[in-house]
Design a protein around this ligand. Structure first.
Ligand SMILES: [Fe+2]
Ligand SMILES: [Fe+2]
Length: 175
């Protein structure tokens, strides 16, 4: 996943030399796949109440695995690479990206809650469903805010060279 994400990013930059990455480009590379997964996870959550206990446990585990498979790398890259690159251009008493970082923290915690609920000996499925819908709502709104407010700032302040540099940054292994 890590290599694919960055590989696509680099490909876009290499394929269109000198062209500034448009806001849609960042959304395309970094959010499009996640949004598709969010749709699928929503369908999985919708289906939970009508399943057998065994099926419910399996689906809940798949939803929890979504974090490690598709979310974690994205959050780490933004926190360690993209957000700091933008923070240096925005003068404020506090870091401009603090609210977005805090939403990442909430998402990590809520995935932890989902994991805890799903791994219990007798999982509370209703509680899982409620928490999962909260997670989906926050995540979707978080992507909307980044695309509407944050990516245009990236696009305005970062040169293509700077963006290329941060796209190729090595990521820390853990969040
Ligand atoms: Fe984010
Ligand atoms: Fe994002």
């Amino acid at each position: 996943m890590k290599r694919t994400l960055l590989g696509v990013s680099m490909f876009m930059l290499i394929a269109i030399p000198g062209l500034s990455i448009a806001t849609e480009g960042l959304s395309e590379v970094h959010h499009k796949e996640i949004r598709k997964h969010l749709e699928h996870v929503t369908q999985q959550v919708d289906s939970l109440s009508g399943k057998t206990s065994q099926q419910q446990r399996q689906i809940m585990q798949q939803i929890v695995a979504f974090y490690g498979d598709h979310v974690q790398l994205h959050l780490v890259w933004e926190r360690e690479v993209l957000y700091p690159a933008v923070d240096k251009y925005v003068v404020a008493i506090y870091s401009y990206t603090d609210p977005m970082r805090y939403e990442h923290k909430i998402l990590r915690e809520w995935f932890g809650d989902l994991e805890a609920i799903s791994s219990g000996s007798n999982p509370e499925v209703k509680k899982f469903i409620s928490k999962a819908y909260n997670m989906l709502g926050l995540f979707s709104a978080h992507l909307d805010v980044e695309e509407a407010i944050f990516f245009p700032i990236v696009n305005k302040h970062l040169s293509p060279e700077e963006l290329q540099k941060i796209m190729s940054e090595k990521l820390p292994k853990d969040s």
